[in-house]
Design a protein around this ligand. Structure first.
Ligand code: SAM
Length: 282
């Protein structure tokens, strides 16, 4: 387990991923009924952007920093507001220094009746996460292998909510595991919303994954992608993707408004591209 999210916190991929997360949560909040979020690969929860790791790559400067400093047009500004509010909440003096990871972004949006379960396998990170959420009765942090929870923790008792799956993709079989875990989870909880992140490094790898998802026969899978540069050799992260199973019905339209603006902002010289399509329909 060498992956350290602190190197990448707040980069273009986090911006897109966390925007989608907040749009899904905003939709869940339309009803008063409680929901639960299961964050399977939670990370540390909070990242110091002036810390050694974040400064070494400086990725956040071309990610969250660009978005915070941008003059966003009205529909985009409104759609990004819940995400940017969560970032501002960790930077009350107005200077961007700390970046909240997925558990804190989720926590920022929970109402009294909602719950968050966050899983993290790395012992040090899991401990830090537990410290960060100490005393918070709405959040439960567990040090556990995420791939074990799909057969045990679903469905949640609220029967409403989101499973966010954001693995580090350190190992080659990760795309296969993603498809297999979705199949397992969907059998136990067909009505849940699932958001699975993936890196775009090698386009063929992504297409194989998408085919595997189609072959599961699971309906209602929306694909959302953004690339900030052309593919390169050797492969390097040039895009970010998310498949959302049972997406809120407004998500497609919202992301059709947001992704072009983010593609423009997060890429150099307008070389960004975006994509919204259905891997599987109704
Ligand atoms: N979701 C976080 C966010 O958006 O702020 C970032 C997560 S980071 C991409 C992936 C995390 O998964 C790392 O902190 C890593 O230690 C953890 N991890 C790796 N393998 C895991 C496993 N099998 N089960 C749970 N966590 C794992």
């Amino acid at each position: 387990m060498n992956y350290r999210h602190a190197f990448h916190a707040g980069n273009f991929a986090d911006v897109v991923k966390h925007t989608i997360l907040t749009r899904i949560l905003t939709y869940l909040m339309r009803k008063d009924a409680a929901f639960r979020v299961l964050d399977t690969h939670a990370g540390l929860g909070i990242y110091d952007l002036y810390g050694d790791m974040a400064e070494r790559t400086g990725e956040w400067r071309d990610g969250i920093s660009r978005v915070m400093g941008a003059d966003l047009p009205p529909p985009v500004a409104e759609l990004l507001a819940p995400y940017l509010d969560a970032v501002r909440a960790k930077n009350p003096d107005g200077n961007l220094r700390y970046y909240p990871g997925s558990p804190f972004i989720t926590r920022h949006m929970l109402r009294e009746q909602d719950r968050l379960m966050a899983f993290e396998l790395h012992p040090m990170d899991a401990n830090r996460l537990k410290e960060n959420f100490a005393g918070d009765f709405q959040t439960r942090i567990t040090q556990l292998d995420a791939w074990d929870i799909f057969g045990t923790h679903l469905p949640p008792k609220e029967k409403r909510g989101l499973v966010l799956v954001d693995p580090p993709f350190e190992e080659r079989g990760e795309f296969n595991r993603m498809a297999q875990s979705l199949e397992k989870a969907h059998k136990r909880w067909p009505g849940g919303t699932y958001a699975y992140w993936y890196p775009i490094k090698e386009p063929d790898e992504v297409e194989t994954y998408v085919k595997a998802l189609k072959n599961t026969g699971i309906p209602k899978i929306l694909r959302l992608e953004l690339t900030i540069r052309a593919p390169s050799t050797p492969p390097r992260l040039h895009g970010t993707g998310m498949v959302v199973v049972n997406p809120p019905f407004v998500l497609e339209e919202e992301m059709r408004a947001v992704l072009p603006a983010l593609a423009n902002l997060l890429s150099d010289e307008g070389r960004g591209h975006w994509r919204v399509d259905w891997v599987a329909g109704e």
